[in-house]
Design a protein around this ligand. Structure first.
Ligand SMILES: *Cc1c(COP(=O)(O)O)cnc(C)c1O
Length: 454
């Protein structure tokens, strides 16, 4: 499979080149030359296949000729040590994407990317240095994904005093090949520093550098897997048992069966739109998906675009679902490389949800279903309520991608519902000691620190 930049369809690169360079040299995003289709036999057995087998069938065509069959299988089994669960909650289904080590869906992409990078760098003597800037969630998933991965060192930059205590422990509590730097500045400063360091000729001579931000194609492709898994379950009328970290009160066990034979409607709480783009890939590959709902908080650039056909990027506004506070979604360029406005409108319904509605939803679903939603998943839940009231949702099962565990955002959820149950992985993270360097928001300070810790 070849990849090309959204800004130049003539220059084709391999999966390894697209993944290791992250952003195309012309500033565009890498997209696959085509979206492959599942074999009929795979498509018809998605509902009963193991998650790792679905992952193998989904990812294989995208890395064909570069990652061999047994290496791919090893990468998948090491990355996906947990499942995406499809459980019933009231009249709909939760697609629980928070059973990984940092309790958010970014674990799927980050863990696959880390192992794929390590494989593609095999045989290189010098380690690869990954730089990543985070406002909170991405840094933890990337740090955890690369922890102890051979031949790769990671440095995470985060804005001092602007991430939660738990996030800071996830970023700066691991040690070994994961270094953390807190920057006296904002997330934008962190991003600016990373970009400048990646472009610094002197530094590039001293170390092999790469980045791991959310536009990396190797994070996107593995996210298609859980869409196919959920759609397969839904189409065959199956649901999963609650997992260890399913945030449901005892005594609220719902009926586990659902009506088979219908493609699912999936609601995706969205910020940078990487997750939804991966869903569009799964649909094109042949997963039984009827339509998508793109639910945002008040940062509603994409719902407005779906309405009007005009794309108007803007500054982001702070909300309680802060991983989705994005006014200029970076993956929009990728979505529009594959689909026109008319095509998007046929399969995506946009909806926007306020903080007040988000809080009300967390309380209501806790009361009626004994189920704890995190603020991002609650945006998805409320988005479905709103569109259902307008009779815009077609017949068939409706699933909501629950993108984070409620305990990860307990600052928001605890005052509304009391403390949700805490997954073991988050308890372990809380025990870690933070070890981070502090630097001013200055590129030379960053470069000096990178050379020191090398
Ligand atoms: C990153 C994130 C999102 C947004 O996902 P995008 O792919 O950027 O649209 C939603 N919820 C949570 C919890 C996240 O961490």
């Amino acid at each position: 499979m070849f990849y090309y930049s959204t800004r130049n369809s003539n220059k084709k690169v391999s999966f390894a080149e697209a993944a290791l360079s992250g952003l195309a040299p012309d500033g565009g995003l890498f997209v696959p030359q085509e979206i492959p289709e599942y074999r009929d036999q795979v498509r018809s057995s998605l509902g009963s296949m193991d998650f790792r087998d679905i992952a193998y069938e989904t990812i294989k065509p995208y890395v064909d000729g570069e990652i061999g069959e047994s290496a791919l299988s090893d990468i998948i089994h090491s990355a996906f040590t947990f499942d995406a669960l499809y459980v019933a909650v009231l009249d709909r289904f939760a697609v629980e994407l928070f059973h990984g080590p940092t309790a958010a869906f970014k674990d799927f992409g980050a863990r696959f990317m880390a192992r794929a990078f390590s494989f593609m760098r095999r045989g290189e003597d010098a380690p690869l240095h990954i730089l990543v800037a985070t406002s909170g969630d991405t840094g933890g998933a990337v740090a955890d994904g690369f922890f102890n991965v051979q031949g790769i060192n990671v440095t995470v930059l985060y804005p001092k005093g602007r991430v939660t205590p738990l996030q800071e422990k996830q970023i700066a509590g691991l040690g070994k090949n994961i270094k953390a730097i807190q920057v006296e500045g904002s997330f934008d400063d962190c991003q600016r520093l990373v970009k400048a360091a990646l472009a610094d000729e002197g530094l590039k001579k001293r170390m092999a550098l790469s980045s791991a931000n959310s536009i990396n194609i190797s994070r996107l492709i593995p996210q298609a897997v859980y869409y196919s898994a959920a759609a397969g379950r839904a189409f065959s009328g199956r649901t999963d048992k609650d997992g260890d970290a399913t945030p449901r009160l005892a005594g609220f066990t719902p009926a586990r069966e659902s009506r088979a034979g219908f493609p699912i409607t999936l609601c995706v709480p969205s910020g940078n739109f990487g997750n939804l783009t991966a869903g569009l890939y799964a649909m094109k590959m042949g997963a039984p998906i009827k339509q998508f709902i793109a639910a945002t908080n008040i940062n509603k650039t994409v719902p407005d675009y779906l309405d009007s056909g005009n794309y108007l990027a803007r500054n982001s506004q702070a909300t309680i679902s802060n991983a989705m506070d994005v006014g200029a979604p970076s993956n929009f360029e990728r979505m529009s490389a594959h689909f026109s406005w008319e095509q998007m409108r046929k399969v995506i319904l946009g909806v926007c949800v306020t903080d007040e509605e988000t809080r009300e939803t967390i309380v209501r679903v806790h009361k009626s279903a004994g189920y704890f939603l995190d603020p991002h998943s609650a945006v998805g839940w409320k988005g479905v309520d709103k569109l259902a009231a307008e009779k815009k949702i077609e017949e068939g099962p409706v699933g909501i991608l629950c993108t984070a565990h409620p305990a990860k955002f307990s600052e928001v959820t605890r005052p509304l519902t009391g403390s949700p149950p805490v997954p073991a992985s988050l308890e372990r993270a809380m025990d870690r000691t933070v070890n981070a360097k502090t630097i001013p928001a200055d590129v030379s300070a960053l470069i000096e620190t990178l050379l020191e810790i090398d």
